[in-house]
Design a protein around this ligand. Structure first.
Ligand SMILES: [Cu+2]
Length: 172
């Protein structure tokens, strides 16, 4: 019977270990779109690449970027009347063993009612993120240029582009 004790302890240790090692979301390549020269300088967005190494879907449920903006919201892109428009969402999903790229034309952290201009290379925006697995993290998002190329990302012209690109044809 003596042998049972160490086995029980070992089992407990394993359980504790598994919980501690549950991988959470990883964030990288955060950036903030500059407001310099944009049409609506009172708003902008923060973008970040999220990876989820775990086997469960994890949702980004909250973002707070401090006093840089009056309001911080999570936004997703949806199609309305043939146009991609953004709308507020409660959750941006990061698929299990997958990625979610917050990027122009896709989901983003929306900053509204900016309290100052955000010039390229200016003070980095710091955001606190919360996930529905209880995880919280801080990201630092340097201010970068928003190019036309990125802007056309979500347009239909861009999406249709693929069908016009030369396909390997069987001319035989
Ligand atoms: Cu938005």
């Amino acid at each position: 019977m003596k042998a049972l004790v160490p086995i029980a302890v070992f089992a407990l240790a394993l359980t504790g270990c598994a919980q501690a090692e549950t991988p959470g979301v990883l964030a990288g390549e955060a950036w903030t779109r500059t407001t310099t020269g944009t049409q609506m300088p009172e708003m902008t967005a923060v973008f970040v690449s999220l990876s989820n190494p775990s086997s469960k879907l994890i949702n980004l449920v909250e973002a707070d970027c401090g006093d840089v903006a009056a309001k911080t919201e999570l936004h997703e892109m949806v199609e309305k009347d043939g146009q991609m428009v953004m709308q507020q969402t409660d959750a941006i999903p990061v698929p299990a063993e997958g990625h979610q790229h917050l990027a122009p034309g896709g989901p983003h952290i929306m900053l509204m009612g900016l309290t100052k201009e955000l010039p390229v290379g200016g003070e980095e925006v710091k955001c606190h993120l919360k996930f529905d697995n209880g995880q919280e993290m801080d990201i630092t998002a340097p201010i970068k240029e928003f190019t036309e190329e990125q802007e056309s990302y979500h347009t239909h012209e861009e999406m249709d582009y693929g069908s016009e690109s030369p396909m390997p044809k069987d001319n035989g």
